[in-house]
Design a protein around this ligand. Structure first.
Ligand SMILES: Cc1cc2nc3c(=O)[nH]c(=O)nc-3n(C[C@H](O)[C@H](O)[C@H](O)COP(=O)(O)OP(=O)(O)OC[C@H]3O[C@@H](n4cnc5c(N)ncnc54)[C@H](O)[C@@H]3O)c2cc1C
Length: 429
């Protein structure tokens, strides 16, 4: 894999809009609500809190969008990892209705935010496509689409031939075209959120890792190397990059690496045959790839990353080979960027909204589906710190069972997933 430094954000680092000017925290600073993590979750929370007239300061150990938010595939998907009937079962009678309404609203709310604020992030809203392989895959998309339709959102199943016309690949036995979704430039979206937070009077301190959170009579002191944030309340929005800042919080999620690769801008005749509608595609495979085209006609594909060691050590040979198999026209193109990030998986596929102490909340765990959902989580966290009702239930600190064995678990899941995916391939129509 190409060395990541100095641009850890791959293609996005080279093509994003400029970041607003920020600097590290170099003094002690008083605020009402301290937010740790300048990704979609933390920034959206900051924006919502500023709209409520609250004083906020955001800290990030790196830049705005340093973590998942500046590295992801930019695919906008509805809801979160769970199917709607799983949401109903998971949240139970008391919470299912609000959780379902939230799932239905993540993409429309993202769209309203981007369009309402005029965020420059190449957002296109052309639906969400999932390609199905084999009988299991077809059953999954049929069931999924039916549930969304039952809840009033359009989702249609296209035949293999219609799917091929839509996407330009023969890879699937059928595809789901869901009305909600699209794609955007993720680092631009994060930077634009940051710009608006600052324009509305919020503070963002970059290059400022929070090392401890201490309780005081007035609230909390968040310590960084250059100074402290004194705050009445704290939001932790560190997702797949959660460290030891709050005891036990890193065990709420399982960090899993994903690697991406991007081509040079494709010649017009090649680009026209690949995703002509510029859709974002994910799959029903257990070890899936996800891919899209960009505004400047580059093909971007992501998939499984390094199992052991830092995400940045993952190879992209496998996803490039899949790209060439799905789209033979990519056989001789130049690949210009490789990068990687750490997805925050949860044991039960549910995102976690947690109250860690009186006045300290955390939201994370989007299972690779966080462009719209992390944005929604920011709103949920803002409500939580303001003691307003939330759509997701607030739990205590969530701890993943057998977290210490996670690497072995990931290894086993990958091996099993590969075998089962191969069997699915054999049941292709
Ligand atoms: C490779 C990859 C591809 C993905 N593709 C997609 C996709 O196509 N579509 C989709 O919907 N989702 C995708 N996701 C998921 C999506 O990117 C995330 O769910 C979303 O960005 C989470 O946002 P966040 O703000 O919660 O976390 P992050 O963006 O990770 O932000 C957390 C921030 O916390 C900071 N931080 C951590 N610890 C500290 C500390 N102690 N002090 C200060 N700062 C700290 C980090 O530097 C980081 O910037 C992908 C994720 C990855 C990694």
């Amino acid at each position: 894999m190409t060395a990541l430094a100095p641009n850890t954000h791959g293609l996005w680092g080279d093509t994003a809009v400029s970041a607003p000017t920020t600097a590290p925290l170099t003094h002690d600073h008083d605020t009402e609500i301290a937010i740790i993590g300048a990704g979609f979750t933390g920034l959206r929370a900051a924006l919502e809190l500023r709209a409520e007239g609250r004083d906020v300061a955001v800290l990030d150990s790196g830049e705005i969008g340093q973590g998942c938010s500046g590295r992801n595939g930019g695919q906008v998907n509805p809801g979160w990892k769970m199917d709607l009937h799983e949401i109903t079962a998971h949240y139970g009678r008391d919470h299912a209705h609000r959780a379902l309404e939230l799932a239905k609203s993540t993409v429309p709310a993202l769209s309203a935010l981007i369009n309402g604020e005029g965020l420059q992030c190449a957002f296109i809203e052309n639906g969400y496509v999932q390609g199905a392989v084999g009988q299991r895959g077809m059953a999954a998309i049929n069931q999924r689409a039916a549930q969304w339709v039952e809840h009033g959102i359009d989702a249609e199943i296209l035949s293999a031939k219609a799917g091929q016309d839509l996407l330009g690949t023969e890879a699937y036995d059928g595809v789901m075209l869901h009305a909600q979704g699209g794609n955007l430039h993720p680092l631009s979206y994060a930077r634009e959120l940051g710009r608006v937070v600052i324009e509305r009077g919020g503070q963002i301190f970059t290059g400022s890792r929070a090392t401890t959170i201490g309780q005081t009579e007035q609230g909390f002191t968040v310590t960084t190397q250059g100074g402290c944030l004194r705050a009445r309340k704290v939001i932790i929005a560190t997702n797949g990059y959660t460290d030891q800042l709050w005891q036990g919080l890193a065990q709420a999620v399982v960090p899993v690496a994903s690697s991406l690769s991007a081509t040079a801008p494709l010649p017009q005749h090649v680009a026209e045959a690949i995703l002509p509608g510029r859709h974002s595609v994910s799959e029903t495979r257990r070890i899936q790839v996800y891919y899209r085209m960009t505004e400047d006609r580059r093909f971007v594909i992501g998939g499984r990353g390094a199992t052991f060691g830092p995400a940045e050590q993952g190879s992209t040979q496998e996803v490039r080979a899949i790209a060439r198999r799905y789209f033979p026209a990519l056989a001789d193109v130049d690949w210009t960027h490789d990068w990687a990030g750490t997805v925050a998986m949860t044991w039960d596929h549910a995102p976690k909204l947690m109250r860690l102490a009186d006045g300290v909340y955390a939201g994370m765990g989007f299972n690779g589906r966080g462009v719209a959902m992390a944005t929604a989580m920011g709103g949920q966290l803002a409500h939580a710190v303001l003691d307003k009702p939330t759509d997701l239930p607030i739990t205590g600190l969530y701890q993943t069972p057998f977290h210490g064995l996670r690497k072995l678990g990931i290894f086993g899941t990958l091996a099993r997933g590969r075998i089962l995916d191969r069997l699915d391939q054999n049941t292709r129509g």
